[in-house]
Design a protein around this ligand. Sequence first.
Ligand code: BGC
Length: 721
Amino acid sequence: MNSKLKLLFLFCIIAPFSVKAQSRYSDAEIAFKSDSLIKLMTLQEKVTMIHASSSFTSGGVPRLGIPELVTSDGPHGVRVEHGRGWTVLQNVLDSGTYLPTGVCLASTWNPKLGYAFGSVLGSEANFRGKDVILGPGINIMRSPLNGRNFEYQSEDPFLVSKMVVGYIKGVQDQGISACVKHFAGNNQETLRGSIDVQMSERALREIYLPGFKAAVQEGGVNTLMGSYNKFRGQWATQNNYLINQILKKEWGFKGLVMSDWGAVHSTTQALWNGTDLEMGTDLSLGAHPDYGKFFMGDTVVTLVKEGKIPEYIINEKVRRILYVMYKTNMLGGQKRQKGEYNTQAHQLTAEKVAEEGIVLLKNQDNILPLAANVKSIAVIGYNADRKQAFGGGSSQVKAFYEVTPLQGLKNIAGKKVKITYCKGYNIVRNGGPDQTLIQQAIAAAKKANMVIVVGGWTHGYDYNVWDDNAYDAEGTDKPNMDMPFGQNELIKAVIAANPKTVVVLMGGGPMDITQWVGDAKGIIQAWYPGMEGGNALAKIIFGQVNPSGKLPVSFPKKLADAPAIKLGQYPGDSTTVNYFDDIYVGYRYYDTFNVEPQFAFGHGLSYTTFKYSNLQVSAANKQATVTFTLKNTGAVDGAEVAQLYVKQEKLNLPRPDKELKGFEKVFLKAGEEKTVTITLDQDAFKYFNDVKNEWEMDPGVFDFIVGSSSRDIRLNGKAEL
Ligand code: BGC
């Protein structure tokens, strides 16, 4: 980005997005207005509001000026237009901003970018006439194989909690509702529509719920989506414990709970257990479904008339829907913002997130950034030239444009560097090494000064077929953690032909790269970096951008090392999955059980170096303040994510070796230093005691561990609390 564009970008992040589109009414006024409206409604009209009226809308009451609620996927862009059915509409303005996917956003460790990201979504949703964006998706990455990890954020509940708040506020400050999903325990796609998830109360509270709690209590999210799976024997979307007890009662959630699409299974359970809105399209009802046949349709009218369900239960659901409508000025006479579509500012946000989210995993002999004397580069790999936006399932985006890695490299290299390209492998079902393509790649690698292989996973074999999914996709998990399509053979052959090889991995999480990790000098994790991803990647490779992304998920060496598989069950049997891995998810497992990962949680390299010093911990009243000095000791400007982990020395209940409780992304010019201050309140020291069924803090000595990753520890302190 040149300096003018940078200024424009900063202006765009700070200026228009700070124009908030909040309702002028207080919650008490909204409650009064909603009740007045409800009094005017017939039972049939109320019931119309609590179920879908088309593939992405729920019913309105035109007589009273209540509009339909218009929802749209998804987490990283406003989805292609479906109209009222499922057929993708042609010749409509629905090619929009394709942001990097959730895992790339989380890799920035920059909550301000979460806000900017949400602002883009909110603004484009407004432009497209949507009321609710069906994101963020924040399910914990429990298994490396989960097909939707790319949409989600992290294995760590603290990181999720910090990133999700910015995203939600960003969306909602545009006057649009966010919809945090999928609540809860939807950590695999295998059998997602039937599996019964069993976990301890402690795992639920410490690992799987904190992100949702932060979304509600800190983000003020207006809507939430229940998940497809069962939770302790009852469907999550109509789960009394999750929705009524925890979400609404304990956390005080005031907004509406919608089902995942087709996730309601019983009228009475949905009515009693807190589901406010049944969404989905029952395709068995034909091309023009009669939405009255939904579980929360005509049957409800009958049940209320027969006195089997009290009408206040229905009123309460309608009240919550109206609350969201008033909150977002769908009702109340205030003007909605128009929103903007495909602006340069939105594209710059997409690029900025990619620049900060792409992770430099390995940089032996400083192979990166590319030396000035590189005259020729062989770019190899199908993913270098493949567009990814339209894959993955419901999060698919029709991108206004998508700069592929190959295009990005050509854009940034300019005329001085000769770039050749060959595919190296084919994306075909059950495809193995293609010797002809490998020979071509070897020949190209030998001729060039440098090689960049772009491989990894993909969203689908054929993007024209919605459910032709592959490795990072809804509705299906990955078959294993191996690199598909014969890529190991390709990469090994290319490295042998030219050791100056950098491997760029695209995908939603870790792959087994043990066959060549020791031989590749450079490795970059690029995730699915959005419409500007190719430019961002190229800028990192050429040194115009100093990488600052950090892994939000541990990369194990082998699938067998993953705790879900080693300690727990994954994907379970045909009915049930037991999370015996309990609280030992991700680095909580690798560090406690001394299993060395390939790349640790929080890992990510920079082109500069950082020195940590002068740690001070002051503790009083069960709170602590941690300060330290961070200095950029290298020759280029850069950013470091300083991470603070906490560990209690003497334990009453077993606890993980250490847990992330604070972090800060610090931008430092070459030679510059800053004092970093992180304050920890009581919550940082608590654990969930599931014998007593409450959060608890045991007084004692705590370690304060400051690192550049969970395994690159730079400072250690102690304090008694
Ligand atoms: C997905 C949701 C999505 C919904 C609507 C479901 O299959 O699980 O994440 O928002 O479809 O497309």
